[in-house]
Design a protein around this ligand. Structure first.
Ligand SMILES: [Ca+2]
Ligand SMILES: [Ca+2]
Length: 194
């Protein structure tokens, strides 16, 4: 009898351990939602003496009836960052589309100033080695990237590029009546392209 009671007690003890004791805990949660990560913008806009800030402007500089050695024509293009992220470097490239091959070599740059930076002495090079700094030099400078590393590191502030162009005195007679159409394109980046 004693042995049976003992075994019964053992059985109940094991059963109690196996079932365990159920216990509840209070809990609570909180969350932070809508944590958004959005990219800002670099937004290069241009203006000139008859157009307000826009992605693209036209006829900022040009001349008709140009004669070799005649009075240079001038124009101003202003560049600004209308975006939300401050940029750093502006590159300004040109492409020349001429009715006669080689004419851009005779479109001499008499003035090229960005802010207080005289680009004729600091940036442009006589790439085509014809003795003058011209629109053909600008087009082929830095493999077509143009003048690089100009500072544009603020928002909504105009940075003026002043350009003067003259038909050079050495322009051959064969270019009479010919013309070049020039596109001047700015590229704004956060840092110097590597
Ligand atoms: Ca214009
Ligand atoms: Ca040249």
């Amino acid at each position: 009898m004693k042995r049976i009671l003992f075994q019964l007690f053992l059985l109940i003890s094991v059963a109690a351990v196996a079932v365990g004791v159920t216990r509840a805990y209070f809990s609570d949660q909180g969350a932070s939602t809508n944590n958004t990560f959005a990219a800002g913008t670099l937004d290069l806009k241009l203006s000139d003496d008859n157009e307000t800030v826009a992605d693209s402007i036209t006829e900022s500089i040009g001349g008709s009836n140009m004669a070799p050695g005649g009075t240079p024509v001038t124009g101003i293009i202003k560049f600004r960052n209308s975006g939300t992220i401050v940029g750093h470097d502006l590159a300004i490239a040109v492409t020349n589309t001429c009715s006669a091959t080689g004419m851009a070599k005779y479109l001499k740059l008499t003035k090229l100033i960005y802010g207080s930076n005289n680009l004729l002495t600091t940036a442009l090079q006589d790439v085509n080695r014809n003795g003058i700094l011209d629109l053909d030099d600008w087009a082929s400078l830095n493999d077509g990237a143009g003048i690089e590393g100009l500072t544009l590191a603020d928002l909504d502030v105009d940075h003026a590029l002043t350009i003067g162009v003259q038909l050079d005195t050495s322009t051959p007679n064969t270019f009479q009546g010919q013309h070049c159409v020039v596109t001047i394109r700015g590229t704004l980046t956060q840092a110097t392209p590597q």
